[in-house]
Write a protein that binds this ligand. Structure first.
Ligand code: NAP
Length: 322
């Protein structure tokens, strides 16, 4: 794992000239976006390109070519930079450049993320750390780098792309949910901490998005093997959850672009809320969690799991293909 972000004093301490002065021009914000080369990140980038804001669109080195494929080029107000969010050196370089050339960042959008699909028993410590590293640790480290300037100018927006998986957990998604729950918890604490400096924190919570996202999930070594092995005790967990998620994602009306629209609206809002459900099912689940007693909620959800009667010991008597 690359080094920590605790050393760059120049990044942590804003120059005295910036201290305390509100310098925010709402028409032209300085925005840093992670994971901009694909999926939701690319849709957010496209929406932001239609605005007047200054942008640093970032992607992993190997994915930078996708910007050209998408017709996105550098210009006076658009920079394209390599950023693997787990790489401390690259994080410092991107934020350091923005501090030197643009006097800081007004808006950080932590979008980059991955989803591991695995039951708890099939998540090794290394898998869990990898999931937490991308979805939780790295956004927090980037946040630490941009906050000093935001506090100094008494303006800032941190948008962390969470998920319905950050408000509720689903079977086979424990590591993903844990990473998004962690992101939600830290963001909620941060919301209180930096509000006195007019730095607002928002959690964008998409649920199912009509996209090829389900094809991009990562399998752990153990879950990859188990989902193909009929004799595995968790075979039906994987089979039915995978089928269910793929079916729903093909049918839902929410698209990467509709979620991106919500993100840009949140960026430009005068008073952005802490939690922003970004798809229809996200609104529904947020409501269910508020309205239903927890016990009933969990029982209902359990009973609604796809082919739940075939999970567990009963799986042995079900032939493959059912
Ligand atoms: N799609 C959904 O249904 C859904 C639902 C809820 C929440 N979300 C959240 O939305 C965000 C975007 O997801 P998505 O659906 O757009 O997924 P996606 O299509 O797989 O895109 C993920 C993006 O993150 C980037 N990324 C992955 N690891 C990275 C790293 N170490 N450093 C920098 N960038 C990295 C990817 O870059 P590469 O192309 O280089 O890998 C890609 O640009 C994630 O935080 C995800 O959890 C998605």
């Amino acid at each position: 794992m690359p080094g920590s972000d605790s050393d760059p004093v120049a990044l942590q301490r804003p120059p005295p000239s910036l201290s305390g002065a509100p310098r925010h021009d709402p028409g032209s914000l300085r925005i840093l976006l992670t994971g901009a080369s694909a999926g939701l990140g690319l849709s957010i980038a496209r929406r932001l390109l239609d605005t007047e804001h200054r942008l640093i669109l970032t992607a992993r080195e190997a994915s930078l070519a996708r910007f050209a494929e998408a017709g996105i080029e550098e210009s006076a107000r658009v920079r394209l930079r390599p950023l693997d969010v787990t790489d401390a050196k690259q994080r410092r370089r991107v934020v350091g450049e923005a501090n030197a050339d643009w006097d800081g960042i007004d808006v950080l959008i932590n979008n980059a993320g991955v989803a591991y699909r695995s039951v708890v028993e099939h998540v090794t410590e290394a898998d869990r750390l990898a999931q937490m590293d991308i979805n939780f640790r790295s956004p927090m480290e980037l946040t630490r780098l941009v906050l000093p300037r935001m506090r100094a100018q008494c303006f800032g927006r941190i948008l962390n792309v969470s998920s319905v998986g950050g408000m509720m957990a689903m079977p086979t998604m424990s590591a993903y949910s844990a990473s998004k729950f962690a992101l939600e918890g830290a963001s909620e604490a941060l919301w209180y901490e930096v509000r006195p400096w007019n730095v607002r924190v928002s959690l964008i919570e998409p649920g199912f998005i009509n996209s090829d996202g389900f094809e991009k999930v990562r399998w752990t070594g153990l879950s990859e093997a188990s989902k193909e092995a009929f004799s595995d005790p968790y075979y039906n967990h994987y089979k039915h959850m995978e089928g269910f998620i793929a079916r729903v994602m093909k049918r839902v009306p929410s698209t990467p672009d509709s979620v991106a629209r919500t993100v840009v609206r949140t960026v430009e809002a005068r008073r952005p809320p802490l939690r922003v459900p970004a798809t229809i099912d996200a609104h529904l689940f947020a409501l269910l969690r508020r309205m239903l007693p927890r016990r009933l909620y969990h029982r209902l959800l359990y009973a609604s799991l796809p082919h739940i009667r075939q999970w567990g010991p009963r799986a042995r008597i079900m032939p493959p293909g059912t």
